[in-house]
Write a protein of this length. Structure first.
Length: 73
């Protein structure tokens, strides 16, 4: 399973990544919504974990953009 974690707090990304890698998931990380959107467009993902409040593009704006694009991740 390929998972993307989007969060501006490094400690949260690291903790989630360790848990998911222990469960044999391939994990990508982004520190803001804009970086996350670029990774979403460049990769085939199964799951996205996103923070709500982030700089550049927050989690709700990211979700809205993905829905407008028809992305069902």
């Amino acid at each position: 399973m390929k998972v993307l974690i989007i969060d501006d707090e490094r400690a949260i990304r690291r903790a989630l990544k360790e848990i998911l890698e222990y469960e044999n998931c391939q994990v990508l990380e982004a520190e803001n919504g804009k970086e996350g959107l670029e990774l979403i467009h460049a990769n085939s993902l199964d799951v996205i974990f996103s923070d709500i409040k982030m700089p550049l593009l927050d989690g709700m704006e990211l979700l809205q953009q993905l829905q407008e694009e028809g992305n069902e991740v």
